[in-house]
Design a protein around this ligand. Structure first.
Ligand code: EPZ
Length: 426
């Protein structure tokens, strides 16, 4: 196992290039199962999770080949329709093969993903939606065994909560169904728009892109895709917060500022100067004439898109630990997404939690000091990196395989911004 060493206290400066979005790459890879032929996906990040998903597709019979950030998927021969527990337990997004496998073969047996550090992560909406399309779903032995012997029939599907992968699974399940399917209270994350664009490019007939109501008119045939993955808004937000936390001045490039409306607003409310261009965002800390810059405390409440993203909650908490006053963070999406709090406290952060609410008493920009900490889940890990970069002294982060799931070339990108970080064996 490896650990990440962070020598903190140095402002980040310069530019960092943002990779393709992990949470777009996974559903778009799943969509290559929908029709036979050679699909092309561009700007595909090379991460632990995308490598795991490629392994899953190869196990199902898809021939995958990466050339730089382009990956081809030849899904002519689907060998079988089962996603095993060994693969699914390491990445719950494997549930995304349910919809396309059923649309293509009428069968799918996928292990229930099980919970993860941030919550129980049920998939009842996915199963409800499939059953509304006529699929029989049997839950036994820790698997969803789904089957339909006739073409799926379009229907109205209402999500009690706008589920991101639930919406994506139903989009892929319904594009080849007979008749029309309407997804109500659908999630509106940009990654879903990326999937809609890919499916329409394959010949699907979908209305309502970016809205909470998607209408899918089933078609008889699809053609292979050639589609680019959108930039990773969560990676971009993570680097912007890291630059801010170190009182730096930096620019993220190859990103889409329109995908981060709430984060940019919240960063501006702290007093930071945030400027946007077509595909870049710059953040800098204005040193006022009368006194050195201090971060104003800002409250956040995580919400479905376009509200503040839960995947940037832990990172913003690290920033608020450095602010000049008290802030409140309310996590409304997942039931256990404060795993980073105990680790941030080891770095000197003054945080108290009560259920879904955390109260952070900021200790100022020099308020944290380095210590050994442990990563628990992907986004919690990135908040520890941010805190370590801002803290004085050395921070050692163990279990960094969590980080490698969602951040491509993290050490190289941080080093490029002037950070003193490197990996060592545990
Ligand atoms: C996606 O997870 C993302 N993962 C998550 O990112 C992200 O945090 C989440 O959306 C919310 O934005 C991918 O896209 C691969 P949900 P997903 O279904 O789809 C409940 C990361 O760090 N729910 O939108 O699994 C659920 O428990 C990951 O990159 C049900 O109750 O999330 C949660 O409370 C972490 N039943 C809420 O809905 C269901 O059938 C939203 O979950 C499905 C979800």
């Amino acid at each position: 196992m490896e650990k990440l060493i962070v020598e903190g206290g140095k402002p980040l400066a310069g530019t960092v290039r943002i990779s393709g979005a992990k949470n777009a790459a996974l559903p778009l890879m799943a969509a290559t199962l929908l029709t036979s032929g050679k699909h092309i996906l561009r700007n595909v990040p090379d991460l632990r999770d995308t490598r795991t998903f490629i392994k899953l597709l190869e196990d199902l019979g898809v021939q995958c080949e990466r050339k730089g950030d382009t990956v081809t998927f030849d899904s002519t021969h689907i060998r079988h329709s089962e996603a095993s527990y060994t693969l699914v337990k390491t990445m719950r997004a494997s549930v995304l093969v349910l919809g396309p496998l059923l649309a293509r073969t009428g069968k799918a047996k996928v292990s229930l993903p099980g919970g993860c550090a941030i919550g129980a992560r049920p998939i009842n909406f996915h199963i409800m939606g499939l059953e509304r399309l006529g699929v029989t779903c049997l839950l036994e032995g820790g698997y969803v065994d789904a089957e339909i012997n006739t073409p799926m029939q379009g229907n109205v599907i209402y999500f009690d909560i706008p589920s991101v992968t639930g919406t994506e699974n139903m989009l892929m399940a319904s594009v080849l169904a007979q008749g029309t399917t309407v997804l109500k209270n659908a999630a509106r994350e940009p990654e879903i728009g990326n999937l809609v664009d890919m499916l329409i490019g394959m010949g699907a007939n979908i209305e309502g892109r970016d809205s909470d109501k998607l209408t899918i008119h089933g078609v008889d045939k699809l053609v292979p895709a050639d589609c680019a993955i959108i930039p990773d808004r969560i990676e971009a937000g993570t680097y912007l917060i890291a630059i801010a936390a170190t009182r730096g001045h930096g620019t993220v490039t190859h990103c889409n500022p329109a995908h981060l409306p709430s984060l940019l607003e919240k960063l501006r409310q702290t007093g930071l100067v945030v400027t946007e261009d077509v595909s870049t965002i710059t953040v800098e800390t204005p040193d006022t004439i009368k006194s050195p810059f201090s971060l104003d405390s800002v409250d956040i409440k995580t919400m479905p898109y376009p509200g503040y993203p839960t995947d940037l909650q832990a990172q913003f908490m690290a920033l608020m630990a450095l602010s000049s006053d008290t802030s409140v963070i309310n996590e409304t999406i997942f039931e256990n997404r404060f795993m980073h709090v105990a680790e941030l406290q080891r770095l000197g952060a003054d945080i108290r939690t009560d259920g879904h609410t955390a109260v952070i008493n900021g200790k100022g920009l020099k308020g944290l000091s380095g210590a050994p900490v442990m990563a628990t889940d992907l986004r919690a890990s990135s908040s520890l990196v941010i805190a370590g970069l801002a803290a004085s002294g050395r921070t050692e982060i163990s279990r960094i395989y969590h980080l490698e799931r969602g951040y491509e070339n993290l050490v190289e990108k941080l080093t490029g911004l002037g950070a003193r970080v490197w990996k060592e064996r545990e």
